[in-house]
Design a protein around this ligand. Structure first.
Ligand code: HEC
Ligand code: HEC
Length: 160
């Protein structure tokens, strides 16, 4: 009967020591946040960066990362008017009737498919808000290093 009691006592002592010391070990090695700030600190607003890209017609297309990706906008967009129900400046260069004259790539084939999957003669209304899918770029380093490789497809050259 004596032996099991000694063992129980030893186990109890070990458990108590662990309960007391473990938090101390934890305090000596605090969590390292990937943001570089204290875990409890409020998020600092990110720097506002200027969009990369200059006047349309002077910019190389940006390689796509995966086949169904909306290509990113390689040119500046700041000087364009906002897209409204009546106005869409993007289409004044990328529209079917004008793209040849403007020497711009025409809107993609998928833009002529209605929501029932049928082909349309004109661009689908669902594609009116271009910047919902196509975005300008900023020159920003990746937040975390990574070795991502997409199924890269070279961008189609401007259809002329
Ligand atoms: C003044 C004419 C013009 C206007 C306006 C314009 N673009 Fe462009 N866009 C171009 C030209 C030209 C290119 C080809 C790249 C270059 O030369 O800059 C291009 C390239 C692009 C591409 C890249 C296509 C690819 O295959 O990689 C996208 C996406 C695009 N524009 C979207 C837009 C959107 C969205 C708007 C409206 C916010 C817009 N563009 C307004 C002329 C224009
Ligand atoms: C719902 C998302 C979406 C919207 C809205 C949209 N696009 Fe696209 N766009 C895409 C995708 C995805 C592709 C690539 C597939 C394709 O070519 O259809 C593409 C392709 C393009 C291309 C390149 C075509 C090529 O040569 O491969 C141009 C230029 C373009 N879009 C312009 C526009 C303009 C201008 C508008 C607004 C009138 C617009 N897009 C609205 C998703 C969108």
């Amino acid at each position: 009967m004596k032996k099991p009691l000694t063992m129980t006592l030893a186990t109890l002592l070990a458990a108590t020591a662990w309960a007391l010391l473990a938090p101390m070990a934890h305090a000596a090695d605090p969590a390292k946040s990937m943001r570089g700030a204290d875990v409890n600190a409020a998020d600092a607003a990110a720097d506002t960066k200027a969009y990369a890209g200059k006047r349309p017609g002077t910019q190389p297309l940006v390689a796509r990362t995966f086949s169904t990706q909306p290509p990113v906008i390689p040119h500046a967009v700041e000087n364009f008017d906002e897209i409204t129900l009546e106005e869409n400046q993007c289409l004044s260069c990328h529209g079917v009737e004008v793209y040849k004259k403007k020497n711009a790539p025409v809107i993609g084939d998928s833009h002529f498919v209605g929501r029932d999957g049928k082909k349309l003669a004109t661009a689908a209304a669902a594609r009116h808000n271009c910047v919902q899918c196509h975005v300008p770029q900023v020159d920003a380093p990746p937040l975390v290093e990574n070795a991502f490789q997409g199924d890269v497809v070279p961008p189609k050259a401007a259809k002329k």
